[in-house]
Design a protein around this ligand. Structure first.
Ligand code: ZN
Ligand code: ZN
Length: 473
């Protein structure tokens, strides 16, 4: 689990400009809203307050501000009714968001307090360590033979008594030094010249500020995740401020003070009992740097789809299917391959009853995770029509994937639009021609989403993952 982010940071993340690009149909916008709502609720149930807050706040903003302003919103009574159906959730939604926000604020403050306590503790330890080293030097260089046994006893006693004993020892040593200086001025002045550089340095020993006990956060064995300091200018100022107690300059006779050993950064509590203790991290990113959650696809899905598509394929007709699934612990899993009612040609495939698909999905709380289609005789690539079709999927979900199967070539591919520039190019394109061209853009309009570990892709095939094939034709 990473360091908590402030509510403001999360609220900023909730606003995503690409979702408000003009040209998105109301149909896609409504499904986008539904997808946000479902995902937000999953995160909420799993105890992932940060993601729940981002998704539900984004959803609230979307249904309250964006949807009513859509050009198609009032084009028909049916459209307006669908928007109103989302508005019916607003009261409950705002209560949920308010509750999450309160928890996030508490958690963030708790973390900030912990960081400050940790910085304070490190500073105290460093001061104590330096005092000790200086004392050791003083003892080595100054102590008369007859004083050493007494000091050795005191040092042993100090270490046995813990830090409290050490503080007393500092006072004792300081007292001893003062006594020695008085002695110097009176009885020993003639035997030790005042030009002695050590005596002239006038070292004064710092007082050690007592601080509260070490934060209990670090003593809790449940809190084992190490996290970096958050980027808060205020906090950094606190952490990097110089010690309150000025330290004496190094003396020629001093041993070099070794650097403080690296101590681990502060820990933060693991999720509470009942919350998910593990979540999948996002290793892939869009070209714009947004994280892409991992999308797991059953390894056997392509072959099953090709079996279902075979009658069409032999007649040189395309077939398409919808990838549906679940969000779990910050990763997406394809659990259903839905074959919708469709009309096909050799180069196109169009679903004809989307209502039935949505009904099926909503009854099972499934998300739309992408689509799959065949190119019966052509190679494996994204045609211009494919790009426009996929743009709608990716507007609903950044991680949505297009699987293209070219059975005559034994080829397949996992694709997504680049973001930027692919999404922007396709959203703005008004051309509806079957094989129209798009301007060449640096980075390309689409990319391979299945580039394996470390290759930048977010799609992973996984063997043995259960899934259902549902034929709605
Ligand atoms: Zn195609
Ligand atoms: Zn186009």
């Amino acid at each position: 689990m990473s360091a908590p982010r402030s509510v403001k940071e999360l609220a900023d993340l909730a606003v995503e400009p690409v979702r408000f690009l003009p040209g998105t149909s109301l149909r896609v916008s409504l499904r986008t809203a539904e997808s946000m709502w479902k995902q937000g609720n999953v995160y909420l149930l799993e105890g992932n307050d940060e993601q729940a807050y981002i998704l539900l706040l984004r959803y609230a903003e979307f249904i309250i501000k964006t949807l009513p302003a859509h050009p198609e919103a009032k084009a028909s009574a049916g459209n307006w009714k669908e928007i109103k159906a989302h508005h019916a959730r607003v009261d409950t939604l705002l209560q949920i968001i308010s509750g999450i926000k309160k928890r996030l604020e508490e958690r963030y403050l708790q973390y900030q307090r912990m960081l400050l306590e940790d910085a304070e503790e490190r500073r105290r330890q460093e001061t104590e360590r330096r005092v000790k080293l200086i004392q050791d030097n003083e003892v080595d260089n100054d102590t008369d033979e007859e004083e050493k046994p007494w000091l050795a006893r005191s040092l042993r006693r100090g270490s046995a008594e813990g830090s409290h004993g050490k503080l007393d020892l500092v006072e004792e040593i300081r007292g001893l030094q003062l006594d020695r200086r008085r002695d110097d001025r009176s009885t020993r002045h003639s035997t030790r010249p005042s030009s002695d550089p050590k005596r002239r340095s006038g070292v004064s020993y710092p007082t050690v500020e007592r601080t509260e006990k070490r934060s209990s956060f670090e003593n809790n064995s449940n809190w084992t995740n190490h996290v970096p300091l958050p980027e808060s200018p205020w906090l950094q100022k606190q952490v990097s401020s110089p010690p309150l107690i000025p330290l004496p300059p190094p003396k020629p006779t001093s041993r070099l003070i070794p650097p403080l050993p690296q101590t681990p950064p502060p820990s933060f509590p693991a999720p509470k009992k009942g919350q998910e203790a593990y979540e999948f991290s996002s290793s892939a990113r869009t070209e714009g740097g947004d994280p892409l959650r991992t999308l797991f696809i059953p390894k056997e899905l392509r072959d099953r789809f090709l079996e279902v598509a075979k009658p069409n394929t032999t007649r040189n007709l395309e077939t398409c299917g919808i990838l549906c699934g679940k969000l779990k612990q910050n990763a997406l899993f394809v659990t259903h391959l839905v074959i919708p009612a469709q009309e096909s040609t050799s180069d196109t495939c169009q679903t004809i009853d989307e209502g039935a698909i949505f009904e099926f999905q909503d009854a099972r709380e499934l998300l739309t995770l992408g689509w799959i289609h065949t190119h019966p005789t052509q190679t494996c690539f994204m045609s211009s029509v494919d790009l426009h079709t996929h743009c709608s999927y990716q507007l609903m979900l950044d991680e949505a994937v297009a699987i293209v199967c070219a059975p005559s070539r034994g080829e397949w591919g996992y694709f997504r639009l680049t973001k930027p520039p692919g999404m922007e190019v396709i959203t703005k394109c008004r051309n509806t021609g079957l094989f129209h061209l798009h301007d060449d853009v640096p980075g390309g309009i689409y990319t391979d989403a299945g580039k394996g570990d470390g290759g930048g892709g977010h799609v992973r095939e996984i063997g043995g993952l259960r899934f259902e094939v549902v034929d709605l034709r």
